[in-house]
Write a protein that binds this ligand. Structure first.
Ligand code: COA
Length: 260
């Protein structure tokens, strides 16, 4: 289907989804949230999609937050439902079962950082500015920011970003573990493409197993987590890709994973 606020493009197993409201720094209004939900549902069900790259149109912003103009007039109940829609959409990304890379070329603020944190890898340019500035609006994060930031970077970082509300630069975000890699702006696309290509060539069932078990680590105690991992490890042995990967190693050749 065609989207009003998103662009999508496919290449070699990589689907790029672009939030396309550059005149509003790609702020997330209700329509954009609903379209992201649909776009990620489509990516989930399309076997040809191995990896998703999520980015924002223009060089200024990934996403500068939820759309303040739209949400400023919400009633409390409407605000709950708005937050829940954002949380459903970000949970869909986190639980996609395929790796999602956030390409952070500029501002990733508020709902933008929350969106990026639902992705599995975050690659930022030195121009990125990252933060949870909701406190400056008299608000708190509502699309999972308090929870994901604390799990991703720890309570100290979550409290600093959410309480003080000041954006941090990419180097500090890297030091805190909020982003995975930082590169110069002109190297950003190549870095994202190379990472996406590596993931697109990997065994999809093993990728899904890693995503599933690492995410479960946030919810399970250590014994349950280890038991879960052992079963997921065993399940890999039902795949043609695991046979191919191990055979290729023993035969000293490069593996060719087909998704079987
Ligand atoms: N919601 C709605 N509109 C937004 C927005 C948001 N989160 N962020 C930016 N915009 C809009 C601006 O209103 C402006 O629209 P206009 O041209 O129709 O007036 C346009 O995007 C460009 O933004 P502008 O503020 O002029 O750019 P800037 O370079 O001066 O500042 C930011 C950039 C990111 C510092 C600033 O836009 C900002 O603080 N945005 C809000 C960030 C935020 O609080 N996010 C969390 C929301 S919960």
């Amino acid at each position: 289907m065609g989207f009003g606020n998103l662009l999508t493009a496919d290449r070699d197993g990589v689907r790029t989804i672009t939030v396309n409201r550059p005149d509003k720094l790609n702020a997330l209004d209700r329509q954009t949230i609903a379209e992201l939900q649909i776009a990620f549902d489509q990516a989930r069900h399309d076997d040809a999609v191995r990896v998703v790259v999520l980015t924002g149109a223009g060089e200024k912003a990934f996403v500068a937050g939820a759309d303040i103009a739209e949400f400023s007039s919400l009633t409390p109940l409407q605000a709950v439902s708005f937050a829940q829609a954002g949380q459903r959409m970000t949970c869909s990304i986190e639980r996609l079962g395929k790796p999602v890379i956030a390409r952070l070329g500029g501002y990733a603020l508020g709902g933008g950082l929350e969106l990026a944190m639902a992705c599995h890898l975050r690659i930022a340019s030195t121009r990125a500015r990252i933060g949870q500035p909701e406190i400056n609006l008299g608000l708190i994060p509502g699309f999972g920011g308090t929870q994901r930031l604390a799990r991703l970077a720890g309570r100290a970082a979550a409290l600093e970003l959410c309480l003080l509300g000041a954006p941090i630069d990419a180097a500090r975000a890297l030091a805190l573990g909020v982003v995975n890699r930082v590169v110069e702006p002109e190297a950003l696309d190549a870095e994202v493409e190379a990472t996406a290509a590596q993931l697109a060539a990997a065994a999809p069932h093993a990728l899904a197993g890693i995503l599933d078990t690492v995410l479960a680590a946030g919810d399970l105690g250590s014994d349950d987590g280890l038991a879960y991992e052992a079963k997921a490890f065993g399940l890999c042995f039902s795949t043609a890709d695991a046979r191919e990967g191990t055979a290729a190693f023993l035969e000293r050749r490069k593996p060719r994973f087909t998704g079987g």
